[in-house]
Design a protein around this ligand. Structure first.
Ligand code: BDR
Ligand code: CA
Length: 314
């Protein structure tokens, strides 16, 4: 067996973040070095608790969870309780976590891990606003060349935005952080709405989690039941887009995605298009490619993988 891929999960759980964390913890291909919480879907005080709730649900209370940035670099925090509920994890009833929160700040953990582990080995799975990553780059710019790859859920180009007509939530919440990350010359894979809007939590797919005999299967169904209601109404679809687990899936089965290496620039000037990911898909500029941008996903392959992995959990 090849050595597991060491990853750090930077996240703002969020039901879809929670399912992404479950997928990572269920997959022996990953060594989860730590989970770093950031403010996003709900404030930081809740996202760090939610991350620990999910580790305990997965039977992995030994996972290290760190608390990070309480707000974006320059803008006021925008949250999304209208999607995720007051707690960020509305849906299943999950006990308050008893596993500890690590004392070290998330940004210090990211910097220390990247500077002490072998260069080029660590992958960052970024599931929320990029504030923690931008702060880490600011604290220690040498980490940029030591990151194996960033795989991030964020942005939308052909599909447009989900929080404004131009911008997707993760990038909109902290566009200045996203710009710093995209400008840092790090290998990046971006999984935008163009892709995640194809990965719908249809009734048939969710039922497969509900009928599992373990704890995590029905809990996943309860998370998705709550999460999808907002987007089902908005888009009129059977199920909502399951964004964040696409990140781990790209690492596990990249063959499920179609992508291009192109330039991505982040709009930070105009209030109208703030946080837009300007993707040079047709290569109409001289700007050099700085990301692998996914355009589509094999949704059945994605849900088959997710179902098989969630079934392995307690
Ligand atoms: C992204 O925003 C959040 O609401 C989700 O967790 C996901 O990371 C989708 O736009
Ligand atoms: Ca998220």
């Amino acid at each position: 067996m090849t050595k597991p891929l060491p990853i750090i999960i930077d996240t703002d759980p969020g039901q879809d973040d929670a399912v992404a964390i479950l997928l990572a913890l269920a997959s022996p291909e990953f060594e989860v070095l730590g989970i770093t919480a950031v403010a996003g879907n709900v404030p930081l005080a809740l996202t760090e608790i939610n991350a620990r709730k999910i580790c305990e649900l997965a039977g992995k209370p030994e996972t290290k969870v760190f608390s990070g940035a309480v707000r974006p670099l320059l803008r006021d925090l925008v949250t999304a309780e209208y999607v995720h509920g007051r707690t960020g994890l509305d849906g299943p009833v999950l006990p308050e976590p008893t596993m500890p929160l690590q004392k070290q700040h998330a940004v210090d953990f990211i910097v220390e891990t990247l500077m002490t582990r072998e260069a080029g080995t660590i992958t960052l799975c970024v599931l929320g606003p990029m504030t923690n990553i931008a702060l880490a780059l600011n604290r220690e710019p040498r980490i940029a060349s030591r990151i194996n790859r960033i795989v991030a859920m964020g942005g939308g180009f052909f599909e447009g935005g989900n929080v404004t007509p131009a911008a997707e939530f993760n990038i909109y919440v902290d566009p200045h952080a996203a710009r710093a990350v995209f400008d840092a010359d790090i290998p990046i894979t971006l999984i935008p709405l163009d892709c995640t809007h194809q990965a719908l939590t249809s009734r048939v797919r969710v039922e497969k989690f509900r009928v599992m005999k373990n704890k995590c299967g029905p809990a996943t169904a309860a998370l998705l039941d709550f999460f999808e209601r907002f987007d089902e109404q908005k888009y009129g679809t059977d199920g909502g887009p399951l964004h964040d687990p696409c990140v781990m899936t790209w690492l596990l089965k990249p063959e499920l995605f179609q992508s291009r290496d192109v330039n991505v620039a982040i709009e930070c000037e105009s209030e109208l298009t703030m946080g837009m990911t300007v993707v040079d898909w047709w290569k109409v500029t001289e700007r050099k490619p700085n990301a692998t941008v996914c355009r589509s996903i094999d949704a059945d392959g994605f849900f088959d993988l997710l179902t098989e992995r969630i079934a392995r959990l307690p």
